[in-house]
Design a protein around this ligand. Structure first.
Ligand code: FAD
Length: 644
């Protein structure tokens, strides 16, 4: 494998304080330097992204008194992909008195991530989770309440308590409206300046320090440079490298990939989450997949026929001829096993020829028992909008027939490497939310992304960034600085190149083909031979892209093909790194399943001796350099994960 990458120095310091784990976050906050309120007004921060992570960060930094510039590519910050989140947000409140605690949320998350996340970060996340709910309630987020008026909760996969707070099937939307209102308040107060319909295309690094971004005004095509004392990336995940995913169509890797090319290490790029409950693909021309929230597994039962190739209608298959395979294989967690496990189990039964629906690529998620037990109205009150969405897409009514579901790409645990302060390896560049690799290890538990995004944005970053900003005042940088001019010229040159190729293939056709390669070889199951094949094909396709892509129109107008082409060019480079990462990790862990490394009963088999580390990759322009950050477990014992 030495032709694919080289190994560099290990990462020795993550800046997490030592001492008892429950005191580390307090210790870090007390040890970090503060900036006094009068000086904050003189310091500026760019925040790229207005989802839950970026929206909450920009609003909080504005409230603290910094000068903030906030960027998003949508027409409104309120349209960030976070709005799509359905099921809920975790917090260790223990309102149900069912044995939950900070320690249990910490433990569940480390175990759920298959022992590939950092203990210090995860413990802090569990501690902060409690504050998030109070913050959002104070903002007026309409969380579901029970009959007595107390906040209601439900369960998500990989846990045996009920700690997920929700707002029907629209939790992300309601949380985002809360963050958006806080952001708008700061915009009105003049601390935050909003740049919507602006796409960051380059990071400006001066003397090794992040000092700004180059962005394109997506309406006029104008290329702008924006300078600041620190830059925060909150640009979301890169699941769309697979073309088909549950992510919003616009989600892409450009912001983090550009920073990676400028020196920020990219961690665990191959860790992708495949969500078990999505509406199966219906045809060749589909460009988007739809999630059916994990919350449905609270009441829905997953099954397939016992017999292969059984084409009877579900209602005609008697109980004795149904295989409720999750309940059978994992009796303790049943339908609420974590996503990686449920996804692989669905793939296995479909591979055995027992899948349902077109092409046999589906399993049933059946609510008949819940409807009989709770009544139709109670089920509608909990999941009504999700049932309606399913019916609109498939034409089938889940009150009458079971839903058909199949795994799909949903979330990326990998991202830019950050230390305990959420700072990347480029000083002054911070990364929050799905864009960083931080807290979920090799598999994210449901309802933990919203928790992490808001923990980062409302609570962690505003505290840790002050330690960096306290080094100010920083040297003033002008637009004519050599590094600024270079970054701008690089963006202009790339746009010119994309427009001048004038080939015969659309950007989308390349993206679709790249996605198919990634799904086939770097998807739910990976092998050495398959990943090598994928690497060859990705390289061929990338070369073809740079000679055959056709981008009609000009730069100086709204040009969605130009936007797409730039993003796909970055996806090609990322895809290659994902395959190298997946190839070098010759173990299975969480969402990364190497067929060569499994237990006799087909579960993921980790190799802690060789792979208990974060793989942080350095960009070189040719073979990347691997830096390992060893993971040490003082508080949770590493064991073979079992949900049986
Ligand atoms: C269908 C669906 C349902 C989900 N449900 C849940 C759930 O119930 N619970 C849970 O915990 N998680 C859920 N998730 C995951 C969760 O929604 C996301 O991980 C989370 O919202 C990501 O938030 P973020 O702020 O990091 O990024 P995003 O919300 O993706 O925001 C990214 C922001 O960055 C901006 N941006 C990106 N690139 C650039 C650029 N180059 N220039 C300028 N701006 C840029 C975008 O405009 C946007 O504002 C779900 C995900 C999906 C797909």
């Amino acid at each position: 494998m030495s032709e694919l990458f080289t190994e560099g120095a290990p990462i020795e310091d993550t800046r997490a304080p030592a001492g008892p784990i429950e005191e580390r976050w307090d210790k870090r906050r007390f040890g970090g330097k503060l900036v006094n309120p009068a000086n904050r007004r003189k310091l500026s921060v760019i925040v790229v992204g207005t989802g839950l992570a970026g929206g909450s960060a920009a609003a909080t930094l504005g409230e603290l008194g910094y000068q903030v510039k906030s960027f998003c590519y949508q027409d409104s910050p309120r349209r960030a992909h976070s709005i799509a989140a359905q099921g809920g947000i975790n917090a260790a409140k223990n309102y149900r008195n069912d044995g939950d605690s900070i320690q249990r949320l910490f433990y569940d998350t480390v175990k759920g991530g298959d022992y590939r996340s950092r203990e210090s970060n995860v413990y802090r996340l569990a501690q902060v989770s409690v504050e998030i709910i109070d913050q959002c309630v104070a903002q007026g987020v309409p969380f579901a309440r029970d009959y007595g008026g107390l906040l209601d909760t439900r369960s998500f996969g990989g846990v045996q308590v009920s700690r997920t707070f929700y707002a029907r099937g629209q939790t992300g939307q309601q949380l985002l409206l809360g963050a958006y209102q806080a952001l708008e308040r700061q915009i009105a107060a003049g601390t935050v300046t909003m740049f919507s319909r602006h796409e960051m295309l380059e990071l400006i690094v001066v003397d090794g320090v992040a000092r700004g971004i180059v962005a394109r005004d997506m309406v006029t095509g104008e290329i702008e440079t924006h300078l600041a004392d620190a830059v925060v990336l909150a640009s979301g995940g890169y699941g769309n490298v697979f073309f088909l995913s549950t992510n919003a169509k616009g989600c892409n890797v450009t912001a983090t990939w550009r920073a990676h090319r400028k020196g920020a290490l990219f961690a665990n790029p191959c860790y992708t989450q495949i969500h078990p409950t999505c509406i199966p693909q219906s045809g060749e021309h589909q460009s988007k997949l739809t999630l059916m929230s994990e919350s449905l597994r609270n009441d829905g039962r997953v099954w397939v026929p016992v017999k292969k190739g059984d084409t009877r209608r579900p209602a005609d298959i008697p109980e004795g001829e149904r295989d409720y395979y999750l309940e059978r294989i994992y009796p303790s967690f049943g339908n609420l096993v974590p996503r990686d496990i449920a996804s692989r189990a669905a793939k296995n039964v479909c591979d055995e020829g027992r899948g349902v629906g077109p092409g046999g690529l589906g399993v049933y998620l059946d609510f008949a028992d819940a409807i009989a037990r709770l009544g139709r109205d109670a089920v509608a009150a909990k999941y009504g909008n999700l049932f309606e969405m399913y019916e609109r897409i498939t034409g089938e009514d889940p009150f009458e027939v079971p839903m058909r579901i199949y795994p799909a790409v949903h979330y990326t645990m990998g991202g830019l490497w950050v230390d305990y302060d959420l700072q990347s390896t480029i000083p002054g560049l911070f990364v929050v939310g799905e864009a960083n690799f931080s807290d979920h290890g090799a598999n994210r538990l449901g309802a933990s992304a919203l928790m992490q995004g808001l923990a980062d944005g409302y609570f962690v970053l505003p505290n840790t960034i002050s330690d960096y900003l306290a080094k100010g005042p920083f040297e003033k940088i002008g637009e004519d600085h050599e590094a600024v001019a270079e970054a701008r010229a690089a963006v202009e040159g790339r746009i010119e190149k994309l427009l001048s190729i004038d080939g015969d293939r659309t950007p989308d056709s390349f993206h679709r083909e790249l996605g198919a390669v990634m799904w086939e070889y770097c998807g739910m199951e990976r092998t050495d031979a398959g990943l090598r094949k994928a690497l060859d094909r990705i390289r061929e396709l990338r070369e073809e892209f740079w000679t055959r892509v056709k981008v009609p129109g000009e730069n100086e107008e709204l040009n969605q093909n130009l936007e797409k082409a730039g993003r796909i060019a970055d996806f090609f480079e990322l895809a290659e790194l994902m395959c190298i990462d997946a190839l070098h990790r010759e173990e299975s862990c969480g969402g990364h399943f190497r067929a060569e490394s499994q237990t006799p009963d087909g579960e993921a088999l980790r190799d802690d001796e060789r792979f208990a580390y974060v793989a942080a990759w350095e960009y070189t322009g040719h073979a990347p350099v691997l830096h390992k950050e060893n993971l040490e477990y003082e508080y949770v014992k590493m064991t073979q994960r079992s949900y049986k």
